[in-house]
Design a protein around this ligand. Sequence first.
Ligand SMILES: [Zn+2]
Length: 327
Amino acid sequence: MSSEAYRETRELAEGSWIGVDVGGTKIDAVLIDAEARILAELSAQTGASEGEEAVVDRIAEVIRALADAAGEHPLLGVGVGCPGQVNAADGVVRAAVNLSWFNVPLRDGLKKRLGSLPGAPEIQLANDVNALALGEYRFGVGRGARGLAYLAVGTGLGGGAIIDGKIVGGDNDFAMEVGHLSLRPEGRRCGCGMRGCPESYASGTGILSGIWEYLGEHPDSALNADVTLTMPQILKAARAGDALALKVIDEAGEMLGIVMAMCAVLLNPDLIVVGGGLGKAAADLLLPRAEASFKTRVLYPSSERVRVKLASVERAAVGAASLTMAT
Ligand SMILES: [Zn+2]
């Protein structure tokens, strides 16, 4: 091995990468090594109400602090995950509703603020669910998968996909917005303005809507006694056999299975990963229903070959850090 190649190999082994997950309320950031071991971590309030410049300032401060913490590990890249429509090619956040961001040139803003970082590390942006999907492919249950579809079941329903090690982006990195396939034109109204989107059934928002919609039909439900319904209450009621809670969970699971089937048909993945706070908290309820629904809606061999697994990488920041790692 030439001395230059040796140095490069050694640097990669000892290098570090920063990942930042910009959420609606919190900025979560990590400094990791090539094996996703956390070398340092930081979090800060997003403070979106202070405006985009203040938030970009804060993201830059967090990155700078982690770069300082890198010490002996050369910093080789910075990845930032953001909710909404994020254009990776030009580094612009086109629309992130929960940050009230529209056409924010985040990558240029960070480059301007971080120009003096040692080694001038590359900065990459991605949608947060794409970052989660990449993290799962690199470090989690998706290792070795040729095609991976990721479904994030939380307050909303997000999607991402990795094919042959690369994020499936499409024209403007807005592929896999599976929460807003208008599947039931006469169905429940979705926050996006359309009707019958999977998000209005298979998400925290969707499940709550379902409980309110069917409450009148189930006067005996334990959920009728409380006007401030929470997701843990609904899940507890479902596990105790409450008919109303089970009806809504059945609907959510069926819809999640339909989305899985669409992913299988369009992407031919070998793995579907279910993540998100609710996806994990309600996995015992949702996954068996989703898998049963999925299997009746896809042709052999997809019905037999596609594996469904729960996500194992907890933080989108870890996936974001891997955006600039060499494949
Ligand atoms: Zn929608």
